[in-house]
Design a protein around this ligand. Structure first.
Ligand code: HEM
Length: 124
């Protein structure tokens, strides 16, 4: 039986608790990443942004949580995020997934989902 085909993405990421740990690590990586750290250091309320990112992730991969945050385009409008910054953020997310022992196939699925959202965050 192929585990990646039968267990939901939400389960493979460790449900709410696992996703919360991953998002926490992603934010730590962002704040240490010279390519994008000023973006997050300047954010109005990082704890709120993290909470919203957890909800977004959970809801987006099949969990029961509802996303109560702002629309993605609206959130990133006016930031003028570049392709390079987008790639830097993706690297941080992949590193956090590896740190949390998420298997390569699942890491690939998350990457594909995030890539599909690229147009909603870059240069909006
Ligand atoms: C597909 C990629 C991305 C997704 C899914 C995403 C998702 C989100 C979500 C859900 C929030 C919280 C919205 C809310 O507070 O209601 C957020 C906030 C934020 N994002 Fe993104 N994001 C992405 C890429 C990026 C990139 C590449 C950057 C910059 C390098 C970035 C910078 C920010 C900042 C600075 C905030 C906090 C805004 C504030 O509250 O002041 N995001 N993002």
């Amino acid at each position: 039986m192929n585990r990646t085909e039968t267990v939901s993405l939400y389960d493979r990421l460790g449900r709410f608790d696992g996703i919360t740990r991953i998002v926490h690590d992603v934010m730590e990586n962002h704040l240490a990443n010279p390519a994008i750290r000023t973006r997050f250091a300047a954010a109005r309320d990082l704890d709120h942004a993290k909470k919203m990112a957890v909800e977004f992730f959970c809801a987006g991969c099949g969990g029961p949580e509802a996303y109560t945050g702002r629309d993605l385009v609206l959130t990133h409008t006016g930031m003028n995020i570049s392709e390079q910054e987008y790639m830097a953020a993706m690297d941080d997310i992949l590193a956090a997934l590896e740190k949390n022992d998420i298997d390569p196939a699942t890491r690939g699925e998350v990457t594909a989902v995030l890539y599909s959202l690229k147009g909603q965050v870059i240069r909006v």
